[in-house]
Design a protein around this ligand. Sequence first.
Ligand code: FAD
Length: 446
Amino acid sequence: MAWDFQTEPDFEAKLAWMRTFVREQIIPLETLEDHWRAPGGQERFAAVTAPLKDEVKRQGLWAAHLPPDMGGLGFGQVKLGLMHEILGACAYAPAIFGNNAPDSGNAELLAVGGTPEQKERWMQPLLDGRFRSCFSMTEPGAGADPTLLSTTAVRDGDEWVINGHKWFSSNASIAELLIVMCRTADPDEVGPYKAFSMILVPRGTAGVNILRDVPTMSHPDHRTGEPGGHAEIVYDNVRVPLDSVVGGFPDGVGQGFALAQKRLGPGRIHHAMRWLGQSQRAFDMLCERALSRYSHGSVLADKQMIQQWIADSYADMQAARLLTLQAAWTMDRLHESGRHYSDARTEIAVIKFWGAKVLYEVIDRAIQIHGSLGYTTDLPLEQMYRSARAARIYDGPDEVHRVTVARQLLKRYRPTDVPTEHVPTRRRAALDKFAEYLDHEAVAAG
Ligand SMILES: Cc1cc2nc3c(=O)[nH]c(=O)nc-3n(C[C@H](O)[C@H](O)[C@H](O)COP(=O)(O)OP(=O)(O)OC[C@H]3O[C@@H](n4cnc5c(N)ncnc54)[C@H](O)[C@@H]3O)c2cc1C
C-alpha cells in the first residue's frame, strides 16, 4: 500500500473552514469566562453557542465521531484526529462540534457495546447534544490499576445494588447519565479482567450522592455544578434494573474492561490531537514573541538558545503528530478488517505519553520566552500550562503507558546466552558462510 501524507481536497476544505470558524467565532468566547460563570451565565453561554452549533450542523461536522452504521458521519480516526487538532486550540470548541469528552467516548461506548434499547435511550440524545454524561471509574483508592476498584454491584432479584466511592467522575454533577464501573464478580473466581461491568445509572437515582466537584490545579476556584467539574460520589445502595449493565443482562456482565479498551482507544487519539492544537497555539505565541522581544542586543529570535527551543518544539510536535496520525491510520485499518483496536495498543500508548510530554514542554517554553508576562493571566499560557499537567495523569498515567509500550516491544525479543550482535560469534558464522570467497591464508594468518 502506498504511503500518503496528503489530506483529500474536499476534507481539507472542511478543515480550513473549521480553522477559521474556531479562530473567529469560538476562541473569542474564552475571554468572557467571567460572564459564563456569573449567575445565569450558563444560559447565556447556551444562547451564544446555539447558532454556532447550528452552523456546525449545516456544515455536516456535528458529532463526527461515530461510523455511519452507528449514527455518525463515518470519518474514521485519521479525519477525526485532524478535526480534533483544530478543536484542541480552544476548550470550548469540542462541545460546539458535538464531540466533547467524556460524552463522545460514552456515545462511542454505547455504540459498540450497548443494546438497541440502551442506544435509543442514551446514545442518540448524547449524539444530539441534548444532555451530558459521565464515566465513573476512578476511586480515591484505585485508579492506575483498575483491577483494584472496589465499588460493587451485587445482584438482588431483578436489580443491581451499587455501593462504592468514586472520584474524578468528570461532569457527573451536570450529567443525566452516569456510567459506573463496578465489580460484579469475585476476581479470584473469574479473573480480574472478567470481574467488572459497566452499569448505566440515570441522574437522580436514589443513593447517588454527589459530594462535591473536586477543585483542581486547572480550576482551583471551580464551583460544584459548573461544567468541567470532577465529582466525588458515594454510591449508597443505588438500585437499577439488571438490564442496566452495558451490553444487557447477562451478556454485558464481566465485559467492563473489554468495553473500556474500546472506549479509550479512539479517545486517546482525540486527546493527543487536541493536545497538538494546544501545543500549536503555544508554539505560535513562542515564535511571535521571539520575533518581537528585544534583549541583549538583538531580538530573541536571533539567540541560538531560543532557536533551539523553536526547532525542538517543532520537531517534537511533528513527531507527535505523525505518531498520532499513524496510530489513527492503524486503527482505521483494524476497524475496516473487523479487528480489535487493542491490536494498536503500542501505538496508542506511545502517543498518550509522548503527546502529553510535548504539550507540557512547548507550553513551558512559551511561558519562559514571555518572561513575567507569560506567568500572568494576561495571556492564556498559564491556564494552558495548568491544564496540560493533567494530561500526564488522566486516561492512565504516563508510567502505565510506558510499561505497556515496553512490554509489547519486549515481546519481540528472546533472552540469549550470547548477544546476537557478538562480533566474534558473528565472525565465525560469516567465515563459514563466505568460506569459498575468502583468502584462506590471510584468514589463517589473521
Ligand atoms: C483532569 C482529570 C480528569 C479525569 N477524568 C476522569 C473521569 O472522567 N472518569 C474517571 O473514572 N477518572 C477520571 N480521572 C482519573 C484518572 O483516570 C486517574 O487519575 C488515573 O487513572 C490515575 O489514577 P490515580 O489518580 O488513582 O493514580 P494512582 O493509581 O494512585 O497512581 C499514582 C501514580 O503512581 C504511578 N504509577 C502507577 N502505576 C504505575 C506503574 N505500573 N508503574 C510505574 N508507576 C506507576 C504513576 O506515577 C501515577 O501517576 C481524571 C483525572 C484527571 C486528572
